[in-house]
Design a protein around this ligand. Sequence first.
Ligand SMILES: Nc1ncnc2c1ncn2[C@@H]1O[C@H](COP(=O)(O)OP(=O)(O)OP(=O)(O)O)[C@@H](O)[C@H]1O
Length: 221
Amino acid sequence: MTLKIENITYYYTSPEDYLFKDVTEEFLPGTMYAILGQSGSGKTTLLSLLAGLDTPKGGGISFNDKAVKGMGLTNYRKKTVSTVFQAYNLLTYMSAFQNVKTAVKISGVKFPDEKAEITEALAKVGLGEDLIYKSVSKLSGGQQQRVAIARALVLNHEVIIADEPTGNLDEETTSQIVALFKKIAHEDNKIVIIVTHENEVAKSSDVIYQLKHKKFERQTN
Ligand SMILES: Nc1ncnc2c1ncn2[C@@H]1O[C@H](COP(=O)(O)OP(=O)(O)OP(=O)(O)O)[C@@H](O)[C@H]1O
């Protein structure tokens, strides 16, 4: 299982004004990656390519040696990759359980015992039955981010991508969420890729990519 980017190039307006060019990397299961870089360096752009929300201007992305473009971006998003955002992006008038259930419904996946799958995903992120039926608007920021992570986990996708997932959280909650992502990478053998500007998050990752001067520098912790 590998997610590969091969010679990818991206720019918004003109090719001369590229954000990155000819970047080749391989992302492996069981590994937590952090993407660091200054504001405006292109971290979110790279993530949107890895998440199948956009395609590179040059080069290609493949999963298990199949081109993402060939399988179709929607298909790739539905089957392979789940995304977690800084702002949680939950339906706040619904409970945690309903938020995860909605994601399952949208995906079209049919579980033999849906309730058990949803409850298990929520339990995995540390949310028990006392919390999962409450409106998410009544949960703390850290708990809401856990709901968003459970929503990403329930479909059992191989790639979990997160854009500044701890950006709204305090230090202690950040450590807990980072530990959770690490557990998902190491114990569930997933490819976890996190964009962050926080050194604390980067330090806990297995591999750091630093977007610097339009190039990626790779560093192993
Ligand atoms: N839709 C767009 N059209 C044109 N330029 C864009 C667009 N989206 C982003 N950019 C520009 O591309 C550059 C990279 O943006 P991106 O959001 O990927 O950076 P980032 O490293 O994630 O930044 P931050 O840490 O501030 O979120 C920025 O200069 C930004 O202004």
